[in-house]
Design a protein around this ligand. Structure first.
Ligand SMILES: CC(C)(COP(=O)(O)OP(=O)(O)OC[C@H]1O[C@@H](n2cnc3c(N)ncnc32)[C@H](O)[C@@H]1OP(=O)(O)O)[C@@H](O)C(=O)NCCC(=O)NCCS
Length: 156
């Protein structure tokens, strides 16, 4: 169950440094995103959510709009929860917020995930994603493989 102190709301440009720190912690072998990359994501209008414990960033997630209606396509670009806050329902809340946005657009949702990332795979499969394909040697510099996953478009 999510801690009652955690709030989920918009991610701001000022959060970019904290996101980059968290990326280093969560994706050490896979070219973690820089603060600039987060700022660029926000600048182009992608949809980002933050989970906060007071002023502390506990997690973040981002959805990119790839194509607009009538055949809208979106992609989960990133999602991460600080190890201190994992397994408290925060990742599920962040993902639900991103998927609600996709559903507003009746958009299909794509993502890539490491084939050995069991927590993320369990979360995605539980929220309606199915495995589409396998990209060998996809992540850098680790060389880890990725599954591509897809969640069909839904009405809000
Ligand atoms: C994947 C991640 C975002 C999940 O966040 P979280 O807040 O810990 O997840 P939640 O507590 O909301 O759990 C939601 C579901 O995810 C799955 N899950 C989460 N952690 C798990 C674990 N350690 N082992 C197995 N399943 C797990 C379960 O299905 C869980 O549902 P349940 O609690 O009903 O069993 C988090 O583990 C994380 O930040 N990992 C590192 C970054 C990452 O891999 N991001 C995804 C890149 S594609």
């Amino acid at each position: 169950m999510t801690s009652p102190t955690i709030t989920v709301g918009p991610l701001y440009r000022q959060d970019a440094e904290a996101c980059a720190q968290l990326e280093k912690l969560l994706f050490p072998g896979d070219d973690p995103w820089s603060a600039r990359m987060f700022r660029d994501e926000l600048a182009v209008g992608h949809f980002y959510l933050a989970a906060r414990d007071g002023t502390r960033l506990a997690g973040y997630g981002g959805l990119a709009l790839i194509a607009g209606p009538p055949h809208a396509e979106t992609e989960i670009h990133t999602i991460g929860v600080h190890p201190d806050y994992q397994r408290q329902g925060i990742g599920r809340r962040l993902l639900a917020g991103l998927l609600a946005r996709a559903d507003e657009l009746s958009a299909v949702v794509f993502l890539e995930v490491r084939t050995d990332n069991e927590p993320a795979l369990a979360l995605y499969e539980d929220t309606g994603f199915e495995r589409l394909g396998l990209r060998r040697n996809y992540y850098r510099p680790s060389g880890a493989d990725a599954f591509t996953m897809r969640r069909p478009a839904r009405q809000p």
